[in-house]
Design a protein around this ligand. Structure first.
Ligand code: PLP
Length: 428
């Protein structure tokens, strides 16, 4: 569910026509619906009520300060993967005591920063990292909370670049090495075992891989709790969202998600019987499922070009603004801002201006006929959209706005040419 819909053939976000935002702020433009994020968060919260739990939003999905603040105000914790993300969360008013810090390559200074602000737990991915945290904590005369990330070696049936829980991935501690590391951990004075974590991948559409992974680590979780006093199980993020037919036009029910996907309710109902008997605190680290469908990227058509074999719609957004199609072969629904109820359709490629053949938002896509000057909305771009944006081709990163009811807030200005070179100034 989300709050993007057509009213009188015009695309709206909550109570605001998208065209009015485009006129005010230009394109390419990321637009977020605050209510959609709140709805998703609240639903997850409510479903998890039967358990002692903590939702740690995965900051890397969308790290804009205003989105972090929105979630912090809802009571959310945060899953961090860098010192920069910790800095953002603190700036946004997030509570460090509700933060986990994951990642295979934490630096010493990142570890020290996280210890000083008192995060909830490190998620440790190797023995060397454990020893490093132990040494730094001792130097600061504190005991660092750590959770082991276990690699459960399951296949998550998602894109190869976003599967993380198989033995060949760099993530987590190999299943066979965990018991030995429990033992080592218990002998170190600077750390204590607070939990166990797994995270098997992203955009996962079935519940089975999650269940398999949990089932597989349960004996180790029991051991961690009984023998070493661990208090939480963190089952990571990875819940998939609808990308195809995120919105449908020309029908009464076009705002409803059409394609079957794993719902939050199905997810929670399936995992509860496994995790509730543990009597431990449950952590989840959702990213995409909270913010993915809460954002669109609006772009203007610059040219329509008939190539030798294809027709190209050239738009003013590019892979530097949204890299998912180029990086993950990702599908994003694309629709015009003005609904065409009886559209003349044609098969086109929607491409950006960047000098790379992979700079492509859609290939052989059936779209209503559009002309230069019209606008297209690229759907489901709230997660891994702006947060993966770059300045490639010296393009300026797009502006971001957040809409709440009738209220519009510019939450990130469009970059300027000065911004582009600000850190390279003082040529002499
Ligand atoms: C990326 C990541 C997440 C969030 O994944 P989503 O698919 O966006 O839910 C959660 N935990 C860890 C450790 C991650 O790396």
């Amino acid at each position: 569910m989300h709050h993007f819909y057509y009213r009188d053939s015009e695309l709206y976000v909550e109570d605001v026509p998208v065209l009015s935002l485009v006129k005010e702020y230009g394109t390419p433009l990321y637009i977020y619906s605050a209510q959609t994020i709140i709805d998703h968060y609240t639903r997850f919260e409510t479903l998890l009520e039967p358990l002692d739990h903590l939702i740690c939003y995965a900051v890397k999905a969308n790290s804009n300060l205003w989105i972090l603040k929105l979630l912090a105000n809802q009571g959310s914790g945060f899953d961090l993967v860098s010192g920069g993300e910790l800095y953002r969360v603190l700036r946004a008013g997030g509570d460090p005591k509700k933060c986990t810090f994951a990642g295979v390559g934490k630096t010493r200074s990142e570890i020290e920063e996280a210890l000083r602000v008192g995060i909830y737990s490190f998620i440790v991915e190797s023995e060397e990292e454990l020893l490093t945290i132990d040494a730094i904590a001792k130097k600061l005369s504190i005991q660092a909370p750590v959770a082991f990330r276990i690699n459960p070696d399951v296949q998550a049936a998602t894109h190869a670049k976003i599967t993380t829980g198989s033995e060949v991935n760099k993530f987590g501690i190999a299943f066979s090495q965990v018991s030995e590391l429990f033992d080592k951990c218990s002998k170190l004075d600077g750390v204590f075992l607070k939990g166990i974590q797994i995270h098997i991948g992203s955009q996962i559409q079935q519940v089975e891989p999650f269940l398999q992974a949990i089932q597989k680590v349960l004996p180790l979780v029991e051991k961690a709790r009984q023998k070493y006093g661990a208090e939480f199980l963190d089952i990571g993020g990875g819940i998939g969202i609808v990308y195809e037919q995120a919105i449908e036009s020309g029908r009464e029910d076009w705002w409803k998600e059409r394609k079957e996907s794993l719902t939050l309710a199905q997810y929670v109902e399936s995992i509860l019987p496994l995790v509730k008997p543990l009597g431990m605190r449950l952590l989840v680290e959702p990213g995409r499922v909270l913010v993915g469908n809460a954002g669109i990227l609006v772009s203007q058509v610059l040219y329509v070009k008939k190539g030798g074999a294809k027709k190209f719609i050239i738009v003013d957004a590019a892979m530097n603004d949204l890299v998912r199609p180029a990086f993950y072969d990702a599908y994003h629904q694309i629709i015009p801002l003005r609904e065409q109820l009886d559209p003349r359709m044609e098969v086109v490629d929607v491409v950006g201006p960047v000098c790379e053949s992979s700079d492509c938002f859609a290939i052989d896509r059936l779209l209503p006929k559009v002309q230069a000057g019209e606008y297209l909305a690229i759907f489901s771009t709230g997660a891994y959209g702006f947060s993966m944006a770059s300045n490639y081709n010296s393009r300026l990163k797009p502006a971001e706005v957040m809409v709440s009811g009738k209220t519009v807030k510019l939450i990130r200005k469009r970059e300027s040419y000065q911004d582009l070179v600000a850190l390279e100034e003082e040529l002499t």
